[in-house]
Design a protein around this ligand. Structure first.
Ligand code: SF4
Ligand code: SF4
Length: 160
């Protein structure tokens, strides 16, 4: 079985740059500000926009396009807000996902499915915020559990 981390394609960065929103990837100087401000990295350090960009620039096509990390990004654009080079990583992620589907690494329906997951996650976040706001300060964080049945029903009723 091929070790995709050791497989390189010199055209990968040019192919990404040719996609809408991908052209800024070449000016990344790997400062890591994007990773420092990413809410996904905050909960799972395996996800790093800086590292993904390095992999693209190095030509690790198969390693990037086959990785499940490709679907971790929320496309919130917090990284873009802080990037000194105006690299729009959310757009680059969109380009990488399209390429991953076009090149057969992931099924086409996955793009829509992840949109549904994001929507559900945002809806659940609101439930948790409302539960926190409605909680008795003396009751502590356990009171957020009042949202659990609502969230459970939403998950049961979703098609993602
Ligand atoms: S913040 Fe911008 S320049 Fe710095 S590593 Fe991230 S994408 Fe590259
Ligand atoms: S767009 Fe993606 S990589 Fe950038 S901060 Fe949001 S979740 Fe992180």
């Amino acid at each position: 079985m091929a070790d995709w981390n050791r497989t390189y394609d010199a055209n990968f960065k040019y192919d990404v740059a040719a996609r809408p929103g991908g052209d800024q990837i070449k000016v990344c100087f790997s400062c890591g500000t994007c990773t420092a401000g990413c809410p996904v990295t905050d909960v799972d350090e395996r996800f790093s926009p800086r590292r993904i960009i390095r992999q693209v620039l190095l030509g690790q096509r198969a390693a990037v396009l086959s990785s499940e990390l490709l679907w971790y990004c929320e496309r919130c654009y917090a990284c873009t807000a802080f990037c000194p080079q105006n690299v729009k990583f959310g757009d680059i992620m969109g380009a990488l996902r399209e390429m991953a589907v076009d090149e057969g690494y992931w099924p086409p329906e996955f793009i829509q499915r992840i949109r549904g997951v994001d929507r559900l996650a945002h809806s659940i976040r609101l439930d948790l915020v409302r539960a926190a706001l409605g909680s008795d300060a003396d009751a502590g964080s356990a009171s957020i559990e009042t949202a659990a049945p609502i969230i459970e029903e939403k998950i049961k009723g979703t098609s993602v």
